[in-house]
Ligand binder design. Sequence first.
Ligand code: MP5
Length: 199
Amino acid sequence: MPVADLPSRRPDAWRRATRHPFLDAVRDGTVPVAAFDTWLVQDARFVTDLLRLQARLLARAPRPAQAVLAAGLVALVDELAWLEQQAAARGLDLGAPPRPATAGYAELLDRLDAADAGTALTALWTIERTYLDAWSHARPGAAGYREFVAHWTAPGFAGYVAGLEAAADGTPAPDAGATFAEVVAAEVAFWDMALDSAL
Ligand code: MP5
């Protein structure tokens, strides 16, 4: 099954991950500043963890997947610098400890690091496709958040997700549905974590 068919197999979970109240609130400007700041700090941790997975995946990836993974790796290093700038501008401490959802996601990424390359590629596509759809839902974003919305809805990012789709389809995962479901659940928990931090 092509990975692009996975969201329609689990529509409820997909909707929770990509139309989360956090995203509605980014769009209409009602997101609590504390929730957004928690998301930003925790996402910088997530990207650090993802960078490690992706670097190691590149080293063991099938030949046709190398180019997209290598380009994505460079983009991740740039993204981390961008997140660091955003955090500094908002006076946030990136040394804050990981919250349980971030630690849980890191544990999932560790398991993907030990999984076959097909499973890791399907997971990576799911991670990025979730962000593309989620931030597209928040478009154009309230003042103050537009840069973030623009980041994950730019044509270049959509092109990256398309490249990952081809890579994932080229090396199918043994149980793509389960892999997809696990990543989507981790994404929902991550948005929940951000909103709950402001309660
Ligand atoms: C992404 C992210 C997208 N930054 N954070 C979470 C929790 N999920 C997915 O990954 P990238 O590499 O920042 O585009």
